[in-house]
Design a protein around this ligand. Structure first.
Ligand SMILES: Cc1ncc(COP(=O)(O)O)c(C=O)c1O
Length: 396
């Protein structure tokens, strides 16, 4: 056995890792991790500087809310930290059961299933329901977790251009003979902030006897009278077979969920690998989500403030200053810049001016559609929005 010190691994094996990194740099696509030195709030500290954080999904400011923190502390005292095993082995604890009952009540569905993340909730829902005898019909701008789930499901995939439901209908026309036809869409598209036309999808689903899965990751807690999301806002909840949501955005914590019929949830518990083969969420994370749901139900003024800030921002940047905001109709407001390098430059200038809004580049968004993805929080004030607008105006 050699006692020589190990060589740097990748170079030693000639894997060209350095070349690949250099290529990413040359294309303006190299990313690095940057450390936040404070709690997650409307303002954060980075490199010792206080910056207005307009890029987080902590939309309602619950990630550091005292009631959420208190719930976590007391759950850790009562239940300990780890769940120790997967849910079907011995990881299913009181807080998981309580959260699932609460989510089903909140979503107004017969049952709900908690997963480790929103990403895994999509994997579990899609891989649990779709296999080689099925066809999946996906919007091109669906979240990466939906695409990954679909690719690994073994089902036949058809992708329609973003919100092109005429094309979806043509695909449905040619999709007879499968065990299940499954239409999957984000309700709010994460990098564009626009809505899916859920009433149109509900109509297609009924006419073609398809299953409809809607990912409400960016809408849960924000849209609809009760905060259930875009399906509630558009009054089409009855038509949705499976709602996927996350506990990590408006709810400010970690975890994901699936809300559906008792039968579908029962099936997923039995066959969905991404639910079965992973350790259960720490029980304290369930307690945090329960506290966040209390706040969402008790304080609708949080979502009202968020949406009024978003209206103000879109009116100023889009209507008055003429920035290209894509089709945003939500708290996610992209400024489409174009080339990756230009988006990085704009982000740098905003950071100099006190705003943290990193550039979003390919492969997260299509080539030539790099952008700044502004996402607002109920923790921001109108003055924060106005300062951002004033700063961007000086760059015009
Ligand atoms: C539409 C959508 N679905 C699912 C997810 C994954 O959620 P999580 O971050 O909880 O894994 C995201 C995350 O950005 C998302 O934007």
């Amino acid at each position: 056995m050699s006692l020589e010190p190990a060589e740097p691994r990748a170079q030693a094996r000639g894997l060209n890792i350095t070349d690949q990194l250099l290529e990413l740099s040359a294309k303006g696509l190299r990313r690095t991790l940057r450390t936040i030195e404070s709690t997650q709030d409307a303002y954060v500290t980075m490199n010792g500087r206080r910056l207005c954080c307009m890029c987080s999904n902590n939309y309602l400011g619950l990630a550091s809310h005292p009631e959420v923190i208190a719930a976590v502390k007391s759950a850790v005292e009562r239940w300990g930290w780890g769940a120790g095993a997967s849910r079907l082995v011995s990881g299913h604890m009181g807080p998981h059961a309580e959260l699932e009952a609460r989510l089903a009540a909140f979503e107004n569905t017969p049952a709900a299933l908690v997963c480790s993340t929103g990403y895994q909730a999509n994997l579990a829902a899609i891989r649990g329901l779709a296999g080689p005898d099925d066809i999946l019909l996906l919007d091109k701008l669906n979240h990466a977790s939906i695409i990954d789930a679909a690719r690994g499901s073994g089902a036949v995939l058809r992708v329609f251009p973003h919100r092109d439901y005429a094309k979806l209908e043509r695909l449905l026309d040619r999709s007879a003979g499968y065990r299940r036809r499954i239409i999957i869409t984000d309700s709010i598209f994460s990098m564009d902030g626009d809505f899916a036309d859920l009433p149109r999808l509900a109509d297609l689903k009924r006419r073609y006897d398809a299953l409809l899965i809607v990912d409400e990751a960016h809408a849960t807690g924000i849209f609809g009278r009760q905060g259930r999301g875009v399906a509630e806002l558009m009054q089409v909840e009855e038509a949705i077979d499976v709602t996927v949501g996350t506990l990590s955005k408006a709810l400010g914590g970690i975890g994901g969920f699936i809300a559906a019929s008792t039968e579908i949830i029962d099936l997923l518990v039995n066959v969905a690998g991404p639910f079965i083969y992973t350790t259960a969420l720490p029980p304290a994370a369930c307690a945090a989500a329960l506290a966040a749901l209390d706040l969402i139900e008790r304080e609708p003024q949080r979502r009202e403030k968020l949406l009024s800030l978003a209206n103000r921002l879109r009116a100023e940047l889009g209507d008055r200053l003429g920035f290209d905001l894509g089709g945003s109709t939500s708290q996610i407001v992209p400024i489409i810049v174009g080339e990756a390098e230009a988006a990085v430059q704009l982000s740098r200038r905003l950071e100099e001016g006190g705003f943290l809004i990193p550039a979003i580049r390919p492969p997260t968004v299509p080539r030539g559609r790099s952008r700044l993805r502004i996402s607002l929080s109920a923790g921001h004030d109108p003055a924060d929005v106005d300062r951002l607008v004033a700063l961007l105006e000086t760059f015009r």
